[in-house]
Design a protein around this ligand. Sequence first.
Ligand SMILES: [Zn+2]
Length: 141
Amino acid sequence: MSADVSDLIRGYLTRTGWEQGPPGPAGALWRQGRTAIAVHEVIRHGSAEWRGVIDRLARHEIRSRESVAADIIGRPGEELPLTCECCKAAPATHLIVADFLKIRRVVKLACEQCGGRDIGYGKGQPPTQVRLYTITEVLDA
Ligand SMILES: [Zn+2]
């Protein structure tokens, strides 16, 4: 079965100014002005739903399907953009390392916005120490 690319599609739509409508049983309707695109909860790469979304975006942006698809999933030989694990909408630029009483450590990729605020660590005690690195710092280390 091919990969679920729905997160990449939602990330692309968010980056390019679409607004997500209320979720329905099968997905959500995204709008930009008077144009709407239905985005299913799960979209497999190469499926009819994938082709539907690409067709609609290509017509809306007046460019080729290939170039829209490449902007969503990346081009061959190009590394996939790391996506923020908190909002799943923006490219990850930071790494958050949160320690809980030296017992548990949570490491998450984050975007600038999510990295700058209290991200959800679930129930219970807040972390005892939080460090935030930019991804360049991590790669240089
Ligand atoms: Zn984020």
